[in-house]
Write a protein that binds this ligand. Structure first.
Ligand code: FE2
Length: 193
């Protein structure tokens, strides 16, 4: 279930929690964050690599690139292998890499086609946690302070769109705000709306 939870950035106090896609879109649009629901109906075979995922979504990917001028596309996919200690260690490292607040020189655009991940957008003195699931297309404007939590057992597949080769490089702010805000797993364990 896609969820938006708006919290104070000082202590993570919840101001709004909604699973209504229209409301999520409206709340985010106020900050020029584009949120859309799109069809994501292709089940991904376990062995599907980047090329296979892109082939399944070729029409949508090509359309978005043409509409918005993206030059590069790749796929970030994590599939749980919790019985594999090596995978568990790799997952923890991958998760940690995106858990600190940062920003980019270009928009961060993700289309989720499997699983779940949470973008935390630091907008003025609030944090907008957007729990994205398959079918969610999120565009975070350049310069927006944010971080990403893939969860303790990462399971997601997101198609990533870029304008430049190095557009994804993060400029870390050093603000420890993420430590004050509930993690993805904590958010999902809180009472549903
Ligand atoms: Fe980022």
């Amino acid at each position: 279930m896609t969820v938006l939870q708006i919290m104070t950035d000082s202590g993570g106090e919840t101001l709004l929690r909604t699973a209504d896609p229209a409301r999520i879109g409206t709340e985010l649009a106020a900050f020029h964050v584009d949120f859309q629901r799109r069809p994501a109906e292709h089940p991904l075979p376990a062995a599907a690599d980047q090329d296979a995922v892109l082939a399944l979504y070729r029409d949508q990917v090509d359309r978005l690139c043409a509409q918005r001028g993206f030059r590069l596309v790749d796929v970030a996919r994590m599939q749980p292998r919790t019985d594999d200690p090596e995978w568990t260690a790799q997952a923890a490292t991958a998760r940690q890499r995106f858990l600190s607040e940062h920003r980019h020189s270009e928009d961060e655009v993700r289309f989720f086609v499997e699983g779940r991940g949470c973008f935390y957008l630091h907008l003025e003195n609030r944090v907008y946690a957007v729990v994205c699931e398959a079918g969610d297309l999120l565009s975070v404007p350049s310069g927006t302070k944010h971080w990403y939590d893939m969860g303790e057992v990462p399971h997601f597949c997101a198609i990533r769109f870029f304008e430049e080769d190095d557009g994804w490089v993060g400029d870390f702010t050093g603000d420890p705000v993420a430590e004050r805000i509930p993690s993805l797993d904590e958010l999902m364990s809180q009472a549903a709306v």
